[in-house]
Design a protein around this ligand. Structure first.
Ligand code: FCB
Length: 436
């Protein structure tokens, strides 16, 4: 069903999202090495061992990309800043060219009337800090606070909003328990520590930004609706554990100063000493919460060690990622988050979109359908009283999809990764019509 701005409340913000390592071209402009470079260089971690050295070459094509964003009619643009581009060693010497790049990006957005929505960290940890234990080391909260002071000291006066860390679950669980993302660990103790420290770092960065006088500060978490695969009590319990680890751990820390019991059941013995005393730092008052939402998972019980769950293939239509398309989950998360955690706090959908096997010349009808169904789910949540204030599509352009390399296409704009030519897709035109 076609949508228009008139279907959403006055002032509703429409935008798109990207991240630094996925588009910029990390090999350019003096950026330092990151754990994603070494993870990708290790056989078996990333499809075809692809990395972000060139990506979309956004570093050199900034103006062209911002023009495309403006022609789309976006109100806001969610981008991230690369820690290693600004501080190649993670600490110490500043790469002025890196700061200049983000300066140009922010000014380029403002010149086009687009709100800059910054995320400080979207996964490319400087190697020098990974060498010190990365997210397992409690000191990362201080290192991240120092990085925050440097980058926001430069652009913090002009960004519209800022959030410290993209998707704490991915930084913690996906990267330290599942081992699917850098640093590729599979260790429950590392996981527990990373999950806690990522929230501590969030709190420290928020404090630093408040100290700089910045406003409109939030957090961006990702959510997967977890449904029991059958009626057995064991499946229901397993789905609750999945939900606790994935969805409720970070919300609990940020908004309830506590972690859910089902997550503590496995993680508590491995949390750092004194973790219970950290919630003053973690649960800083926020101005908004961002939800990233793509899919649901069907969960069954699995015997063996905690967490005793297994994902089961579901029956719904799937995207190129193999992810089921389940718009009701977006509506239900928005309603549950407001009801159980955030109350009147403004919410944003900070990522939503689909990978599709797009070519430059075939209309991506499936993506238009996906976006319109999810925007309708968002409208249903608004009708239920949820204070949803905006929606960002992932992603502006095809890019480096982490462990899946360049094969999974999420963009509104097709990128030919040989010529780096950009070609707007049918979904770009559809959104431009809706946002007009
Ligand atoms: C999210 C990430 C983003 C992208 C999309 C598909 O989890 O934030 O970088 O990979 O998934």
């Amino acid at each position: 069903m076609p949508l228009s701005r008139a279907d959403f409340p006055e002032g509703f913000v429409f935008g798109t999202a990207t991240s630094s390592y996925q588009i910029e071209g990390h090999g350019f402009g003096g950026a330092g090495p990151t754990h994603w470079d070494s993870f990708a260089a290790t056989p078996g971690n990333v499809v075809r061992a692809e990395n972000g050295a060139v990506a979309c070459d956004h570093y050199h094509r900034l103006e062209e990309d911002l023009d495309l964003l403006a022609a789309l009619g976006a109100d806001a643009y969610r981008f991230s800043t690369s820690w290693a581009r600004v501080l190649p060693e993670g600490r110490g010497t500043v790469n002025e060219a890196g700061l200049d790049f983000y300066d140009r990006l922010v000014d380029g957005l403002l010149a086009r009337g687009i709100k800059p929505a910054a995320t400080l960290y979207h996964w490319e940890l400087p190697s020098a800090l990974a060498d010190l234990g990365g997210w397992r080391n409690r000191d990362i909260a201080g290192w991240f606070g120092d990085f925050t002071a440097v980058i926001m000291g430069r652009i913090g006066d002009r960004v519209w909003s800022a959030a410290p860390i993209n998707e704490p679950w991915c930084v913690g669980w996906l990267s330290h328990f599942d081992g699917h993302h850098a640093p590729g660990l599979r260790d429950i103790r590392a996981t527990a520590r990373a999950m806690h420290h990522v929230l501590l770092a969030h709190g420290r960065a928020t404090e630093v930004m408040r100290g700089l006088g910045m406003r409109n500060l939030g957090a961006v978490c990702n959510f997967e609706w977890s449904a029991p695969a059958n009626d057995d009590a064991a499946a229901t319990g397993a789905a609750a554990t999945y939900d606790a680890i994935y969805n409720r751990f970070f919300l609990g820390g940020l908004f309830k100063r506590a972690y859910p019991a089902e997550a503590l059941a496995g993680l508590e013995p491995h949390l750092p000493d004194g973790w219970q005393d950290d919630f003053d730092s973690i649960a800083q008052p926020l101005d908004w919460l961002g939800l990233n939402y793509y899919t649901r998972k069907l969960i069954d019980h699995r015997p063996g060690p905690w967490p005793n769950y297994a994902e089961v293939e579901g029956p719904l239509e799937k995207t190129q990622m193999g992810w089921e398309i389940y718009p009701d989950g977006l509506r239900d998360f928005l309603i549950r988050t407001a009801r159980d955690y955030t109350g009147d706090l403004p919410l944003y959908v900070t990522e939503n979109g689909m990978a599709n096997a797009d070519t430059a010349d075939r209309p991506d009808i499936a993506r238009i359908d996906y976006l319109s169904r999810h925007l309708n789910a968002a409208r249903e949540a608004i009708a239920e009283g949820v204070p949803l204030r905006g929606y960002f599509t992932w992603s502006l352009m095809d890019n480096y999809e982490w462990a899946l390399g360049y094969e999974k296409r999420f963009g509104l704009i097709h990128v030919d990764f040989d010529s780096l030519q950009r070609t707007p897709k049918a979904s770009y035109q559809a959104l431009a019509d809706w946002w007009r």
